[in-house]
Ligand binder design. Structure first.
Ligand code: DAT
Ligand code: MG
Length: 139
C-alpha cells in the first residue's frame, strides 16, 4: 500500500465539508492511517509550502492555509498519491473533472478545498511533516 497526504483546507472546514470529503475519500478505497485537526502559524504554513516560495501566489497561499483549522490525513491506497490526485481533481476547480473533490467543493484556484501530495514531490516529506512513523495505524 502506498501512503499519501490529504489536507482538508480552511475553506472546507469553515463550510462544514469535512464529513462529505472524508466519505468520498473512503468510498474511493483509501484507508486513514492517521488524522488530526491543526491550525498552522504563518511560519508553519510557509515551511509546508516552501516548494512554492518565490511564486506570485506564495504569500496568498501561506495566509490562506493558516487562516483557520485544517484536517490533515495520512492515507493509503494501492495506487497511492496518483489515485488521490485523481479523486481530488485539477488545481483549478473550473478545470477539475466532474465529481472530483475540487469540482464539487472548490470555489477558486486558491480556495480549492483540499491539498493532495504530488506523486513526484516527495509525499513522505509531507507525511513526516505531521506524523511520526509510530502514529500510523496498520490495517
Ligand atoms: P496542487 O495543489 O494541485 O498541487 P500547486 O502545487 O501547483 O497545485 O499549487 C499549490 C496551491 O497553491 C494550490 O492548491 C492553490 C495555490 N495556487 C496554485 N496556483 C495558484 C494561482 N495561480 N493563484 C492562486 N493560488 C494558486
Ligand atoms: Mg502541489
Amino acid at each position: 500500500m502506498n501512503k499519501t497526504l490529504l489536507i482538508i483546507k480552511p475553506d472546507s472546514v469553515k463550510r462544514n465539508l469535512i464529513g462529505k470529503i472524508l466519505n468520498q475519500i473512503i468510498d474511493a478505497g483509501f484507508n486513514i492511517l492517521a488524522m488530526k485537526m491543526v491550525w498552522f502559524s504563518k511560519e508553519q504554513g510557509g515551511e509546508f509550502y516552501a516548494i512554492h516560495k518565490g511564486k506570485d501566489f506564495y504569500d496568498w497561499l501561506v495566509n490562506f492555509i493558516s487562516s483557520g483549522p485544517i484536517v490533515v490525513c495520512c492515507l493509503e491506497h494501492p495506487e497511492g498519491p496518483a489515485k488521490l490526485r485523481e479523486v481530488v481533481g485539477a488545481t483549478d476547480p473550473k478545470k477539475a473533472a466532474q465529481g472530483t473533490v475540487r469540482n464539487l467543493y472548490g470555489t477558486s484556484v486558491g480556495e480549492n478545498a483540499v491539498h493532495a501530495s504530488a506523486p513526484d514531490e516527495d509525499p513522505d516529506r509531507e507525511i513526516n511533516f505531521f506524523f511520526g512513523e509510530k502514529e500510523l495505524f496498520e490495517y
